[in-house]
Design a protein around this ligand. Sequence first.
Ligand SMILES: [Cu+2]
Length: 146
Amino acid sequence: MKALWIAALFAAPLAHAHITVAPAAAPAGAYQTLVFKVGHGCAGSATTGITVQLPEGVTAKPMPKPGWTITLAPREIAWRGGPLPDAYYDEFTLQARLPDAPGRLVFKVGQQCEKGRTDWADTTPESKTPAPVLEVTPSASPLHHH
Ligand SMILES: [Cu+2]
């Protein structure tokens, strides 16, 4: 029993150390704040850039972040700056307009570091570098348009 408990204790930080998006689910057609959480650098090296690729049907505006410069491309939002040391945690925020249809949205994220880079782009959950995924749920209320 004790050995199992210790194994669980050591396994836990790895499970949430990847780049993830919060919330995990949001309603179709919503203007939703999405927070990309960066739990570590690239094999110990500090993070100097985060690039989020917007899935088809998603538009988004980045939240400015002191110490980071934003670059906007049609399907991509990038922050450059930091460096964010491997020992620290940070968040990168977007306001996204979600598609009107429910489904699984994959946000591929590129993490640039002082040494090397990590591409969080795999769509299989067992991957060591899975892409952040947002589940778009059916909308409960009538759509709100601007
Ligand atoms: Cu990780």
